[in-house]
Design a protein around this ligand. Structure first.
Ligand SMILES: Cc1cc2nc3c(=O)[nH]c(=O)nc-3n(C[C@H](O)[C@H](O)[C@H](O)COP(=O)(O)O)c2cc1C
Length: 186
C-alpha cells in the first residue's frame, strides 16, 4: 500500500517564514506518526503567474502542479500569515482557483501566524469558514502562533507544541491504518 499524501500550503511569500516553519513542524510530526509522503509549498513556490491568472488554466505549469497536488492530497496543512486580521489576498486568490468539489471531505489542519495574540481567532473566524465553503473536514484543533512562539524561525513554545501534538493526534480518525502501531493497538 502506498503512503498517504500530505500537502502543506503556507500562504506566505516571505523566506524565511514563520508560517512555513509552522507548517513544516506540523508536517514533520504527522510524517513521524502516520508515515505520510509529504510536500510543502508557499506562495513563492507558486510564483508570479498567480497574480495574473483569472482562471486556473492561465497559471504556469509550476503553479498548476501545486494546485493539482493540493486537490489530490489525502490531507492538507494550511498555514496563513495574518494580514489585517485575516488571510492575505494573494493566498485567497490561490484558494479561489480550486473547484468547490476538490476539497470536499478532505481532512485539513488549519494554522496561522500573526505578530501578536490580538487576531488569534482568525483561524476560527476566517480560515475555518473558508474551508467550510468547500465542505472539507477542518480538524477540531486550530493552531495559531505569534512572534514570541518562535526564535530564529523555530518553534520554542511548549503550549504551541502541545497544541500541534493535539491536532496531529486528531488525524488518527482518518489515518489510523497508515500507522501499523496504531492499527495493532485496536
Ligand atoms: C501587511 C501585513 C499585515 C499584517 N497584519 C497583521 C494583523 O492584522 N495581525 C497580526 O497579528 N499580525 C499582522 N501582521 C504580522 C504577520 O502576520 C506576522 O509577522 C506573520 O507571522 C508573518 O508570517 P511570515 O513570516 O510567514 O511571512 C501583518 C504583517 C503584514 C506584512
Amino acid at each position: 500500500m502506498s503512503a498517504p499524501k500530505l500537502v502543506g500550503l503556507a500562504g506566505s511569500f516571505n523566506r524565511p517564514s514563520k508560517t512555513r516553519a509552522l507548517v513544516e513542524d506540523v508536517a514533520g510530526r504527522a510524517i513521524d506518526r502516520y508515515g505520510f509522503d509529504a510536500s510543502i509549498y508557499d506562495l513563492t513556490d507558486v510564483g508570479p503567474s498567480l497574480g495574473q491568472a483569472q482562471w486556473r488554466k492561465e497559471l504556469d505549469e509550476t503553479a498548476r502542479h501545486i494546485l493539482d497536488e493540493v486537490a489530490n492530497a489525502d490531507a492538507l496543512i494550511i498555514g496563513s500569515p495574518t494580514y489585517k486580521g485575516s488571510y492575505p489576498g494573494l493566498f485567497k486568490h490561490l484558494i479561489d482557483l480550486i473547484d468547490p468539489h476538490e476539497l470536499r471531505a478532505k481532512p485539513i489542519i488549519i494554522t496561522a501566524t500573526g505578530g501578536g495574540d490580538r487576531h488569534a481567532l482568525m483561524v476560527e473566524h476566517q480560515l475555518r469558514p473558508l474551508f467550510g465553503f468547500f465542505m472539507a473536514h477542518t480538524l477540531p484543533t486550530a493552531v495559531y502562533a505569534s512572534d514570541r512562539d518562535f526564535t530564529d524561525y523555530k518553534i520554542v513554545s511548549e503550549p504551541l507544541s502541545a497544541r500541534i501534538a493535539e491536532v496531529v493526534g486528531e488525524l488518527s480518525a482518518f489515518f489510523r491504518h497508515s500507522n501499523p502501531a496504531l492499527a495493532a493497538a485496536e
